[in-house]
Design a protein around this ligand. Structure first.
Ligand code: AMP
Length: 192
């Protein structure tokens, strides 16, 4: 049973690594970005609301995001643990997640941060934009998303560091290489 977060700047490969690690740990990976994108694609009311923010590289408001996460974490497949990717991104979201977990007498075991240099990330994301055509992958929006990460999400990382559950891994390198680093790092925490 593992309850884990993966945090990283846009382009750090956290979605790819989350899928791989969750498979290895036998827990479900939950990506708020993926849930939003699925709703945008399906043109649901949630997706229509979220799209305005996503296209601009802004955070979707907490009033939408928090309820969505609460709902997802109440489903049966998280009983054996979860790997949450892309949430929390603000200190208010940290408080909200604390509340959800406390209600279920649950705690986080480990928070993994993938690190990477901004210019490397911009280059990667511009490459991804060509391949996937993601609407939030153009340079101005990419830089805005990076700024938000530095301004709002690094304080989230600091909070988990204070709690002693943060593990940092260098996200630069081949996909397999980074997965190996991540698995070694989380095994070393003895939390999983
Ligand atoms: P990601 O795939 O994690 O990069 O997320 C893509 C976009 O979804 C972000 O740029 C935000 O617009 C939105 N999003 C994902 N997670 C959150 C969150 N925890 N809070 C607010 N917005 C989010």
């Amino acid at each position: 049973m593992t309850r884990m977060l993966i945090i990283g700047p846009p382009g750090s490969g956290k979605g790819t690594q989350a899928d791989r690690i969750s498979g290895r740990l036998g827990v479900v990976a939950i990506s708020t970005g993926d849930i939003f994108r699925a709703n945008v694609k399906g043109e649901t009311p949630l997706g229509i609301e979220a799209k305005k923010y996503m296209d601009a590289g802004d955070f979707v408001p907490d009033s939408v995001t928090n309820n969505m996460v609460r709902d997802r974490l109440s489903q049966d497949d998280v009983e054996n643990g979860f790997l949450l990717d892309g949430y929390p991104r603000t200190t208010a979201q940290v408080d909200y997640l604390d509340q959800i977990l406390a209600e279920g007498q649950q705690e986080l075991d480990v928070v993994l941060q993938l690190t990477a240099d901004d210019e490397e990330l911009v280059a990667r994301l511009l490459g991804r934009a060509k391949e996937t055509g993601r609407s939030d992958d153009n340079e101005a929006v990419i830089r805005h998303r990076l700024d938000l990460y530095h301004e709002q999400t690094e304080v989230v990382v600091a909070k988990y560091a204070e709690r002693g559950i943060l593990t940092q891994v260098d996200g630069i390198g081949g996909i397999d290489e980074v997965t190996d680093r991540v698995l070694a790092a989380i095994e070393a925490t003895k939390a999983v």
